[in-house]
Design a protein around this ligand. Structure first.
Ligand code: SAM
Ligand code: SF4
Length: 326
């Protein structure tokens, strides 16, 4: 069954956040002191998350990405993923992680039925990595990448948030990873999440990233996959991995959006940047499957046509990416 919103977009992808906690403090995502974690009761239980996933798949969602916060810090995550992967009709179960715990968890994640991993990695230099993540250990993430492949995963897709003056000198190094290591790399434009007056100084448009890569390599544009969503994908001839660009801020983005989101506290959102959210708790406590399906259908129908972020006109709202799930 195809799920279509009122702007004709096929919605096949749910980003499901399982926690707002994290074991890193990336400066673009969280304040230094972290965020006030929601109490245990405010966070959806695994049973409740499963109800949400089942309702979404029943409606026509085919791909679920587990995100957070850092999904691997939530205890019991592997058993939950195993249940999730058994939902009939779910074609793709994927997970985004910062990779810190991957070395010891990769084999269990693979056995649980996770099909693909995205690992966020913003620098290949230990000091820059520690600066961006406020203390993260690059070597642990690199060991996690190795462990994932040894466990049987395809080379993880690398998510890189490119920021001018911080890690933009590494654009070509990341592009080379698609040739040398076979990982696909996705460059994400820096988005204003944590409140910062002068946030535009970090922004590098996707087109500039592509131009810099094209200065050294030929880039072939790839056909859009069914689940690609807003990413524009390219390949250096001969490379095993692809190069993707997510131009959330500079544009060319919303018309291809294929996703909805549910936060770890049960707030459903049609758009990452919209203030509008719908509380799913009344349909979870106690469980009301029909009501849940109806309300998720409403999120899809009411999905806004586009977000209001642009480098010039956006009035900064302080929202925490770790709570929404990126
Ligand atoms: N902790 C996991 C991780 O870092 O991969 C999953 C959650 S994280 C919120 C999901 C994605 O959002 C990461 O790839 C991260 O780089 C991205 N993200 C967070 N804040 C961002 C921002 N301000 N601009 C662009 N991307 C951001
Ligand atoms: Fe944590 Fe991911 Fe946010 Fe970094 S981007 S602080 S790893 S949730």
């Amino acid at each position: 069954m195809q799920l279509t919103d009122s702007h004709g977009r096929n919605i096949n992808y749910l980003r499901l956040s399982v926690t707002d906690r994290c074991n890193m403090r990336c400066f673009y995502c969280m304040p230094k002191e972290g965020i006030v974690n929601k109490g245990h009761h405010a966070i959806l239980s695994y049973e409740e998350l499963l109800l949400v996933a089942e309702a979404a798949v029943g409606l026509g969602i085919e791909k679920i990405r587990i995100t957070g916060g850092e999904p691997l810090v939530r205890s019991g995550i592997v058993a939950f993923l195993e249940k999730l992967s058994g939902i009939p009709g779910l074609r793709h179960l994927v997970l985004t992680t910062n990779g810190l715990l991957l070395e010891r968890m990769a084999a269990d994640l693979f056995k649980a039925g996770v099909q693909r991993l995205n690992v966020s990695l913003d620098s290949l230099h230990a000091d820059t990595f520690a600066e961006i993540t406020r203390g993260g250990d690059l070597n642990k993430v690199l060991a996690g990448l190795e462990a994932a492949e040894q466990a049987g995963f395809p080379p993880p897709k690398i998510n890189v948030v490119i920021m001018r003056g911080v890690n933009d000198a590494e654009i070509l190094d990341f592009a080379e990873m698609t040739l040398v290591r076979g990982n696909s790399v996705r460059f994400i434009e820096y988005m204003p999440a944590v409140k910062e007056d002068d946030w535009q100084r970090y922004c590098i448009a996707g087109d500039e990233i592509l131009e810099r890569i094209a200065g050294r390599y030929t880039l072939e544009q790839m056909d859009k996959g069914r689940y690609a969503g807003p990413s524009r994908d390219f390949r250096i001839p001969g490379a095993q991995g692809s190069i993707g660009i997510i131009t959330a801020v500079s544009g060319h983005f919303c018309s291809d959006c294929n996703r909805i989101r549910v936060t770890s506290t049960g707030q459903a959102k049609g758009c990452l940047f919209s203030d509008e959210k719908t509380d799913l708790l009344p349909f979870l406590r106690p469980p009301d499957r029909e009501g849940l399906t109806r309300v998720l259908q409403g999120i899809v129908s009411g999905k806004p046509e586009r977000h209001g972020i642009s480098q010039d006109g956006y009035v900064h709202k302080n929202f925490t990416m770790s709570q929404v799930g990126g």
